[in-house]
Design a protein around this ligand. Structure first.
Ligand SMILES: Nc1ncnc2c1ncn2[C@@H]1O[C@H](COP(=O)(O)OP(=O)(O)OP(=O)(O)O)[C@@H](O)[C@H]1O
Length: 374
């Protein structure tokens, strides 16, 4: 049985369908990230789980307890669910200690020790206990907010874009610290974020939403490498999509012959991630071999430190062999290149593909398939 179970959850605001039948399962102690474009229903879903909104239809069950059955809904304070908002939402007039202890009874004997434990758990020093929120850095404020959310030992923690106000370095550091803390405490967590990389690195289950529906849910690796459709693929990172003819697990395409992750045959589009390519300058043009051993000319390069890119133009079949072929159209690919191996513009390079390409069968590209459990 799942620890948190949502079944056919629906919510409308007037004519707007905010949630159109959500089924979601969370295992105890797991971390789930919910991503999706603006207006896809992420906040509404979180608010329904927290109890700030009731669904029009559908059920929310936490650890065997029915929290919502259609509009009949348990109020937020009786759900044992902790929430950390985007800005931390600390009480500005209270000290750090008072913020953390807000939900703990003043008659609770071990109150002060519990507050100190929570502070230590979130990696903060006891010297800040008397400070007010405006005397803390953004990262410290978020950790205090987390300590406050953990104070009453919630069964579930909801993180609503808690790292978005932090700058890049602090963001990664705070995310890592929070992730380790939640894992150590074994607390089931849902993170809503706009940041795809954050979702992939934080969660062990990622759900992609669009227009009030879950398009796909699975492990970060499944979603990144085997997205159900091009929209999910592009939402989670850059893609290179090429028309191909698939036969016996091999795609025949402009890159040559590439191994694919699907054994069905027929016309399709294959998808590769830019980091699957390696490029090697060549002096002697050679015929393409297997698994993406194709030739291309470097059109432009962009030096961006850790993320450098090279725009290359694939050699067409005619350029390679002198004979017409089905790949006789110029194809531009934007590839990721190491800063120490960034080629000069005009260089002829050999492209090699690591791993297999993912296949989007033609019939599935036009019609978006709903949620598929993986
Ligand atoms: N209180 C409300 N009244 C009317 N419409 C609402 C209300 N709350 C949300 N909506 C609508 O429901 C849909 C889903 O909104 P929601 O805030 O859940 O999306 P979201 O994915 O969290 O968006 P964002 O990423 O921008 O925060 C949107 O079309 C939104 O305009």
């Amino acid at each position: 049985m799942s620890f948190l179970e949502l079944r056919a959850v629906e919510k409308r605001y007037g004519a707007t369908l905010a949630l159109g039948g959500i089924d979601l399962d969370l295992a105890a102690g797991s971390r789930t990230a919910i991503v999706g474009p603006s207006g896809s229903g992420k906040t509404t879903l979180l608010r329904i789980i927290a109890g700030f909104e009731a669904p029009d239809a559908g059920r929310v069950v936490l650890d065997g307890t029915m929290l919502a059955d259609g509009p009949r809904s348990t109020p937020p304070h009786r759900r044992d669910i902790g929430i950390v908002a985007q800005d931390g939402a600390l009480f500005p007039h209270l000290s750090v200690a008072e913020n953390i202890g807000y939900g703990l009874s003043r008659r609770y004997v071990g109150r002060d020790a519990r507050i100190r434990d929570l502070l230590a758990m979130t990696g903060l020093d006891a010297s800040i206990l008397r400070r007010r929120p405006d005397q803390l850095s953004g990262g410290q404020q978020q950790r205090v907010a987390l300590a406050r959310a953990l104070a009453r030992s919630p069964r579930l923690i909801l993180l609503d874009e808690p790292f978005s106000a932090l700058d890049t370095g602090l963001r990664a550091h705070t995310r890592q610290a929070v992730s380790e803390l939640l894992t150590a405490a074994g607390i089931t967590t849902i993170l809503v974020t706009h940041d795809q990389a954050e979702a992939l690195s934080f969660a062990d289950q990622v759900a992609v939403m669009r227009l009030g529906r879950l398009l796909q849910i699975g492990t970060p690796r499944q979603l990144y490498l085997q997205p159900v459709d091009p929209m999910v693929a592009e939402f989670l990172g850059e893609t290179i999509r090429i028309p191909a003819l698939i036969r016996h697990g091999i795609a025949d395409c402009a890159l040559g012959r590439i191994a694919v992750d699907d054994d069905r045959s027929g016309e399709a589009e294959i998808m590769l991630r830019p980091e699957q390519f390696a490029i090697q300058p060549v002096t002697e043009p050679a015929a393409p071999g297997d698994n993406g051993d194709a030739l291309a000319e470097v059109i432009s390069v962009d030096f961006g430190g850790a993320t450098c890119t090279a725009l290359v133009r694939l050699r067409t079949g005619r350029e390679r062999t002198g004979a017409a072929s089905r790949t006789d159209h110029a194809m531009l690919l934007r590839l990721r290149v190491s800063p120490i191996a960034l080629p000069d513009v005009g260089t002829l390079v050999r492209l090699t593909v690591a791993g297999r390409a993912h296949v989007f069968p033609k019939d599935e590209q036009s019609e978006r398939r709903p949620y598929r459990s993986v």
